[in-house]
Design a protein around this ligand. Structure first.
Ligand code: NAP
Ligand code: GLV
Length: 319
């Protein structure tokens, strides 16, 4: 039986399941005296969050560690190559969060286009403009406009389905590999990154954060976009250059943005906070529904139970 340390705030049922399998569960106290590296020296499994940097130095302290189970699909917080060298399994939580994150992406898209966040604040402040043809909070149409997906993976495809089926949107996509099935299902068209920027009304970002995608969207990319276009990012903050984005929004190079992720979370680039018109910000809530968070914890625990009983992990991540 093993020792499992959790930095993640697992649900009671999941803690019980680990204990019922005979494992000792230790909850990592972030405010406590012990560092994660000293704790890792003696444990067999780590269940962690995307906010925990698990680098090679930390992994080198881990003398018995068999698995790092990240409760997230994105794993850029873990040095996967270093883990592989040490024979430590890394797992993530794909699929179960796809639809919830796609819902949130579309919520941001609609909210930015129809200025829902601005309108909510106005009503609460007693600013209820009289009905007129030229309302101060006039938005832009979503239905029938062109949706551009950057990174046509699980979440990208789920967002594309919402756009195509629900809002009659032609879908363009840019991804590393062609997706013939999605092209037949959604009439989606693969284009270059530049073509996608130039032709899309809504650009949704769904690539993982990698050395290739870091600051994929900078001043040049924003300059290529339509001045009426809205950018939605529920992937990772650093895929965008936030300073360049704030400048593009301020100068109306693009029309709006919906952002769930930020380069230096929990900090938000200050100039983005000042922008309100067609700009909607949420604090990394993509997968944050009750059902999905339980499902994510469930996969992480099942991965740990499998690896600690010498079974293959359900959702391994490799370099
Ligand atoms: P996924 O299925 O792996 O999809 C990612 C897609 O991006 C793949 O289709 C991939 O390539 C494509 N891609 C990778 N590098 C690329 C590049 N350089 N240029 C163009 N396309 C590239 O992952 P997912 O489950 O959809 O999740 C996507 C990301 O969303 C995660 O990595 C995570 O960072 C983020 N996320 C955020 C939240 C949130 O709470 N906001 C929740 C869940 C996930 P191919 O074309 O080869 O398929
Ligand atoms: C959340 O951001 C995830 O990667 O699951």
């Amino acid at each position: 039986m093993g020792i499992v340390v959790c930095t993640a705030d697992l649900f009671p049922e999941h803690l019980e399941r680990l204990k019922a399998a005979g494992h000792e569960v230790r909850l990592f106290d972030r405010a406590g005296h012990d560092s994660l590296s000293s704790i890792l020296a003696t444990v067999d499994a780590l269940i962690c969050l995307l906010t925990d940097p698990i680098g090679s130095e930390l992994l080198n302290q881990a003398l018995h560690l068999q698995i790092v189970a990240n409760v997230a699909v994105g794993c850029e917080n873990i040095d996967i190559a270093a883990a592989e060298r040490k024979g430590i399994v890394v797992t993530n939580t794909p699929d179960v969060l796809t639809e919830s994150t796609a819902d949130h992406t579309f919520a941001l898209l609609l909210s930015a286009a129809r200025r829902i966040a601005e309108a909510d604040v106005a009503v609460r402040n007693g600013e209820f403009p009289s009905w007129g043809l030229q309302q101060p909070l006039t938005g832009i149409d979503v239905h029938g406009t062109t949706l551009g997906i950057v990174g046509m993976g699980r979440i990208g495809a789920a967002v594309a389905r919402r756009g195509h089926r629900g809002f009659d949107m032609p879908v363009l996509y840019h991804s590393r590999t062609r997706k013939p099935d999605l092209e037949s299902e959604l009439d989606a068209v693969q284009v270059s990154f530049e073509q996608l920027l130039e032709q899309s009304d809504f650009v949704c970002v769904h690539v993982p954060l990698t050395p290739e995608t870091r600051h994929l969207f900078g001043a040049d990319a924003f300059a290529r976009m339509k001045p009426t276009a809205v950018l939605i990012n529920t992937a990772r903050g650093a895929v965008l250059d936030e300073a360049a984005l704030a400048s593009a929004l301020k100068r109306r190079v693009i029309a709006g943005a919906g952002l769930d992720v930020f380069e230096q979370e929990p900090a938000v680039y200050p100039e983005l906070l000042d922008l309100r018109e067609r700009v909607v910000l949420t604090p990394h809530l993509g997968s944050a529904t009750e059902e999905t968070r339980v499902a994510m914890a469930d996969i992480a625990v099942r991965n740990v139970l499998a690896v600690l009983s010498s079974q293959p992990p359900l959702t391994p991540v490799t370099v």
